[in-house]
Design a protein around this ligand. Structure first.
Ligand code: SF4
Length: 353
C-alpha cells in the first residue's frame, strides 16, 4: 500500500510523493433545519500516478469531499475547516480567483452525467478548446487542433468533423468520452472522477474505464475515483477509502480491503452486492436500516444503529464512543483485531463465495 498512511485528523506535512493531502477536513452546510455535517474529520493522501477509490452510500460525504477539493461549494452556506494541500498549497485558504486558475488546469473533474456538464449551446470542440485557451494562452487555431487531438485520444471516430458537433449529436458513451477529453485537455495533475460510468451500459463502461487507465499512464495524473460499485473500484483503484456518515471508516490497498475487509459497514457493502462468478444460490444480504441523518448524526460510532455486532463490544461503547481510525491499514471500529478476523472468516467470507 502506498498512500493513506497518516492518522485521521493529524496535521502532518505531505509525504514526498503525496500530491493531494487532505487533513481533518470538516464541511458543514447551514440549512433551514440546522447544520448538516457533510464531512466530519476526514484525512487521506493521493500520490501522483495512483488512483484512490472512495466508496460509500449516497450521503456518505464522498461527492461533497471532492467538490470541496475543487472549491465548488457555496461559500455563503458552507463552512470548510482543515487542510486540503495540493502540491503543498492549502486550497482551503486559497482565494477563489486563484482556485479558478487551478480548476480545469491542475485539477479537473469528470461528472456522472455529461449532459449536465456539457453545454447544449456550444460545439463539443469549442467546449474542449476553451479551457485550453484560458489556461495556456493558445490561439483559437491551436486550441481547435488540440481539441481534435484530444477527441482522437479518447477514441471519437472522425474527430476532424465530429469536433463541430453539438453534444446532442453524440451518443451517451461519446459524450462521456468528450467530457474526459475536456477534463484532460490541460494535462491535469489530479483528476476527480465522480461515478463516471454509472449511466453507461456495461460494454461502454468497460471501454471508458480502460480509456481512463490508458490516459492515466500517458498523463501520469493522480485520480480520485468515486463510486458505489465495488466491482469497478477493484479494477480501477490502487487504494481504497470507505466512507460512512462523512467519515472514513476503513482504508487500505484495494486488494487488502476487498479481500479481508475489517469494518462491519464494509462487510455490509460487500455482502449486499452481486459478484461476478459468485454463487447464484447465495442470497444477497442488505444492510439493515438506512443511512444516518447528517443533521443529527448518531452518537459514538455512526454505524451503531445499523450494526449487527454491537453485542460483541463491551458496555455501550458503540453508542457513546467514536472509534478512531488508526494509521495505515485501518478500520474505525471497537471490535478487537481478533474479533474482526474471526467474524470475517466465520460469518462474512461464506457470504462472499
Ligand atoms: Fe459496529 Fe461498534 Fe464497530 Fe461501530 S464500533 S462498527 S457499532 S461494532
Amino acid at each position: 500500500m502506498s498512500t493513506l498512511t497518516k492518522t485521521e485528523g493529524e496535521k502532518a506535512p505531505t509525504g514526498p510523493d503525496s500530491f493531494l493531502s487532505v487533513r481533518d477536513l470538516r464541511v458543514r452546510f447551514s440549512t433551514e433545519d440546522g447544520i448538516v455535517k457533510a464531512v466530519d474529520g476526514l484525512s487521506f493522501d493521493v500520490e501522483r500516478g495512483k488512483t484512490l477509490g472512495i466508496v460509500g452510500e449516497s450521503g456518505s460525504g464522498k461527492s461533497v469531499t471532492n467538490l470541496t477539493v475543487l472549491g465548488l461549494h457555496n461559500p455563503k452556506t458552507t463552512t470548510v475547516e482543515g487542510e486540503i494541500l495540493l502540491d503543498g498549497q492549502d486550497l482551503v485558504t486559497t482565494p477563489e480567483k486563484e482556485l479558478e486558475k487551478l480548476r480545469g488546469n491542475k485539477v479537473a473533474m469528470i461528472f456522472q452525467d455529461p449532459l449536465t456538464a456539457l453545454s447544449p449551446y456550444y460545439t463539443v470542440g469549442r467546449q474542449i478548446a476553451e479551457p485550453f485557451m484560458k489556461h495556456t494562452g493558445a490561439s483559437k487555431k491551436e486550441a481547435r487542433e488540440r481539441a481534435i487531438e484530444m477527441l482522437t485520444k479518447v477514441g471519437i471516430p472522425q474527430p476532424k468533423t465530429r469536433v463541430d458537433d453539438y453534444p446532442h449529436q453524440f451518443s451517451g458513451g461519446m459524450r462521456q468520452r468528450a467530457m474526459i477529453a475536456m477534463a484532460l485537455v490541460c494535462d491535469p495533475d489530479l483528476l476527480i472522477a465522480d461515478e463516471p460510468t454509472t449511466a453507461l451500459d456495461v460494454t461502454v463502461q468497460a471501454q471508458i474505464l480502460d480509456l481512463l487507465k490508458d490516459l492515466q499512464q500517458e498523463f501520469g495524473s493522480a485520480i480520485i475515483f468515486i463510486t458505489h460499485d465495488l466491482g469497478v473500484i477493484s479494477d480501477m483503484a490502487d487504494d481504497l477509502l470507505v466512507m460512512y456518515s462523512g467519515r472514513a471508516v476503513e482504508r487500505g490497498s484495494v486488494r487488502e480491503v476487498l479481500r479481508e475487509p475489517r469494518h462491519p459497514y464494509t462487510w455490509g457493502l460487500l455482502s449486499s452486492m452481486p459478484r461476478l462468478g459468485g454463487s447464484t444460490s447465495q442470497p444477497l444480504t442488505p444492510i439493515p436500516g438506512s443511512p444516518p441523518s447528517l443533521l443529527n448524526p448518531p452518537s459514538g460510532c455512526p454505524f451503531h444503529p445499523r450494526c449487527t455486532f454491537t453485542d460483541k463490544v463491551s458496555g455501550d461503547r458503540c453508542s457513546t464512543e467514536r472509534p478512531a481510525l488508526g494509521t495505515g491499514r485501518a478500520a474505525a471500529c471497537h471490535l478487537t483485531a481478533e474479533q474482526k478476523q474471526t467474524i470475517f472468516i466465520d460469518k462474512i467470507q461464506p457470504r462472499l463465495r
